[in-house]
Design a protein around this ligand. Structure first.
Ligand code: V47
Length: 404
């Protein structure tokens, strides 16, 4: 058996030819085996990410082509190591979590996104929309001292007026003084402004006055026009989503950003999405965290698809960290990828695992098998076990408590 030394590999300057026929018998088999190994070593050599590593070390911005090569590379450990360098440069050893609660005020939606298992049509079994009295009842049923953030997301409800959203915010801010209300994706903001027959900027100003603290990152899905038209044909475009975020940032509102991956999108779509977010952040600077959302196919029009793999989830977190050099935080949402992978993500570019959540509905409608919430103690334990310092944060990444 021939040994391929480093010197030999280095000497390869062009791809090894695919030998059409290498002979029969023992000799032929050996030649074929060697040729296969030769090709494997060549491909591995070509997979080297040394130039990207040099850019990361020099703190240089990665290009579209770099992003694509990272996604195509199988060198997960190098990608993770590089992302970890950036993660530690930005956030040291800290890993964030938040004590929060989700509130999904309705699921009746005029949009019909093919990836969504949460939405219902009016009158369909399981359809609901919470009136203000239901919101008050919800408030009475929970311990208001237990969380610092309410994450409020719903649907594009055709029957809710602009005033409903104002009342929703003022009720929540009255009943939960001191709690930060992170509410309404950019898609909902477009709908709310339409219901109020006013420009997005005016709608946002009124919502801020009623208690809106920041915007969550949902609804971004995939910005690429062709893919977006297939997965969510009725939704506002990617550029509209970005414009709403820019407007929000110009008013001093902070927001998050997401990307839904693992459905029909291409690797180019993923890189394009990240670069559009990076360009927007260059302009407006208001994004706090990026959260890659792993697609869950159950009960959706793509139910025959498989869930994302652990390798893809880790690569997604790490490459986001490398591409989004102007985003302070990358969140590995434990609900979507599971607590175990969220822990590992803390060494692959992630610095946040989200929070206690109680209780998540959107991903669970699509077959998530994670718990619907976790205790603060469990989150702290997960972070410590991963060798990081747990920091309980507020929505805007203010430090509530460092668990040293
Ligand atoms: O916009 C819908 C996604 C989002 C599915 O800002 C799905 O901190 C997976 O945006 N499989 C809502 N994902 C959730 C969201 C979010 C979650 C946690 C934190 C933050 C934040 C934001 O969920 C939707 C959509 O992109 N989604 N269906 C599905 N089947």
């Amino acid at each position: 058996m021939q040994i391929f030394t480093d010197k030999k590999i280095k000497s390869l300057i062009s791809p090894p030819p695919q030998a059409p026929f290498l002979g029969r018998g023992k000799k032929g088999r050996r030649k074929r085996r060697n040729a296969k190994l030769y090709r494997h070593l060549y491909n591995k050599k070509m997979d080297k990410l040394t130039d990207i590593e040099n850019k990361v070390m020099r703190e240089e911005r990665l290009s579209f082509e770099d992003g694509l090569r990272l996604f195509k590379s199988n060198d997960l450990l190098t990608i993770g190591r590089l992302a970890n360098i950036v993660r530690e440069r930005k956030n040291g050893d800290m890993a964030y979590f938040i004590s929060n609660r989700h509130l999904n005020y309705s699921n009746i939606c005029v949009n019909n996104c093919r990836f969504c298992a949460f939405r219902k049509s009016k009158g369909e079994e399981g359809a609901y929309s919470m009136r203000i009295k239901d919101i008050e009842q919800f408030a009475e049923s929970i311990d208001s001292t237990d969380f610092s953030e309410l994450h409020v997301v719903g649907s594009l409800e055709p029957d809710f007026t602009f005033q409903y959203y104002i009342d929703l915010l003022s009720t929540l801010s009255h009943l939960f003084p001191g709690v930060h209300i992170q509410a309404f994706t950019a898609v909902e903001i477009a709908h709310i402004a339409k219901m109020g027959n006013m420009p997005v900027k005016d709608a946002l100003e009124k919502l801020i006055d009623a208690g809106l603290g920041s915007l969550p990152g949902g609804g971004a899905e995939i910005f690429n026009e062709a893919t977006r038209a297939k997965i969510c044909p009725d939704k506002i475009s990617g550029n509209e989503w970005l414009d709403i975020m820019k407007t929000a940032h110009s008013l001093g509102l902070k927001s998050n950003a997401t990307m839904l991956y693992g459905h029909i999108e291409t690797l180019k779509d993923r890189v394009d999405h990240l670069i559009r977010l990076r360009e927007t952040q260059d302009e407006s600077g208001g994004f706090l965290a990026f959260i890659p959302l792993a697609f869950h196919p159950a009960n959706t029009e793509y139910s025959s698809m498989s869930r994302t793999s652990g390798i893809d989830d880790l690569k997604m977190i790490a490459i986001s960290r490398l591409m989004l050099d102007n985003f302070p935080h990358i969140k590995a949402f434990w609900i979507m990828i599971g607590p175990k992978l969220s822990q590992i993500s803390l060494s692959f570019g992630g610095d946040d695992i989200d929070g206690t959540v109680i209780e998540e509905k959107i991903t669970h409608a699509a077959g998530a098998d994670t718990e619907r919430g976790l205790t603060r103690e469990r989150l702290i334990g997960m972070i410590r076990e991963a060798g990081r310092v747990p920091v309980e944060r507020g929505t805007l990444y203010d430090h509530i408590k460092v668990w040293v």
